[in-house]
Design a protein around this ligand. Structure first.
Ligand code: 3EB
Length: 344
């Protein structure tokens, strides 16, 4: 890691989460599957062996892998851990990672869970040294299921919109919203003392300007945020799909993936034009969500043929927020952590 950058990212094949958590400079260990919870339904806080440490994030996606690759974020200084009610906080003097796990069963519906979740986070951020969200991830089950006239993603957007309405702290972070098959609503975020720079994609209508036919409250996320930490500028790219303008495009998964990657690279070009500082040379990390597990292999093959060998990658199975979308990508430009840093 450059001494001036407070945060680096890595993907490690090693599934030993506790070994990573034992290191004081580890900010987050993100696993894509779900830690089985021993807590009964209806308890808002899904407690389990890893849940006491907010740096341990388990997203709740189905996994068909033998090995469990982990995403590990490391910091240049030791991490302090706190728990504020249901909200777990891991921070350094420069930045904050937050983790909120709500059991959906404790709420009447996803709309309320989303509103309560975002209110909880914003209430904490107001008194935090790092009040601005830079990047947010949202995972919850049955994202495409229709409840009445709206689907659950649209209801999630409604709840988020109510919570952030009129809040100047909300400087529209980059985000991901993906459907799982786990009962928890998992939210985690990166926050900083000052907001990132919002970057929009010239090929896409800004999500908060989508026509209302996609839902009564628009999604609120930036296509990317660029964040300068010391001497280093990171780009956090939101979940990016085969959407041009505001419309979903293509029926075939690889055509969708190509369109999503065109969107991603258009966004990177846009970011380098609005930024005063260069980005790292290659995309550090690409995470791909495919709706159907049977598409994973062709997606992997496509990535192997098209990505720089240095780009870390992970292919996960998850549901995309529009039912006509088969694939979504998200990415990070940042320092990759040096191999085996801090390991003994
Ligand atoms: C899209 O472009 C795809 O609601 O926070 C991507 C990233 C999507 C974030 C969100 C939704 C969200 O509209 C969906």
């Amino acid at each position: 890691m450059l001494p001036s950058s407070p945060l680096c990212v890595d993907i490690v094949p090693n599934g030993d989460i506790n070994r990573h958590l034992a290191e004081p400079n580890v900010l987050a260990v993100i696993r894509s599957d779900r830690v089985s919870s021993s807590v009964p339904q209806g308890v808002a806080y899904a407690a389990n062996s890893e849940s006491l440490d907010p740096r341990a994030i388990s997203v709740g996606l189905a996994t068909d892998q033998e090995s469990l690759p982990l995403e590990v974020w490391r910091t240049s200084t030791p991490v302090t851990i706190e728990q504020h009610g249901l909200l777990g906080i891991a921070s350094t003097p420069m930045l904050t990672l937050g983790r909120l796990i709500l059991s959906e069963a404790a709420f009447p519906d996803i709309e309320i869970a989303s509103e309560v979740g975002y209110r909880t986070i914003l209430d904490y951020l107001r008194v935090s040294p790092h009040p601005y969200l830079v990047r947010v991830w949202n995972y919850f089950p049955n994202i495409n299921r229709r409840i009445g006239t709206l689907d659950r993603y649209q209801r999630f957007c409604l709840g988020r919109s109510r919570a952030i309405n009129g809040t100047t702290l909300w400087q529209t972070p980059a985000a991901t919203a993906i459907g799982t098959h786990s009962p928890d609503f998992v939210l985690f975020f990166l926050a900083a003392a000052s907001p990132g720079l919002r970057v929009e994609n010239p090929r896409q209508v800004a999500a908060d300007q989508y026509p209302l036919r996609y839902g009564p409250r628009q999604p609120s996320f930036a296509r990317a945020t660029a964040k300068t930490w010391g001497e280093s500028t990171h780009l956090y790219i939101s979940g990016t799909a085969s959407i041009v303008g505001h419309e979903s495009k293509h029926d075939h998964v690889i055509n969708q993936l190509e369109e999503a990657m065109r969107n991603l690279y258009a966004l990177v070009t846009q970011a380098t034009q609005v930024l005063m500082r260069p980005l790292p040379d290659t995309l550090t990390y690409l995470k791909v969500y495919v709706r159907h597990p049977e598409h994973r292999q062709q997606v992997r093959d496509y990535l192997d043929q098209t990505l720089d060998a240095a780009t870390l990658r992970m292919v996960l199975t998850g549901d995309i927020c529009r039912s006509d979308l088969l694939v979504e990508v998200e990415g990070i430009y940042a320092e990759r952590c040096p191999a085996n840093e801090g390991w003994t």
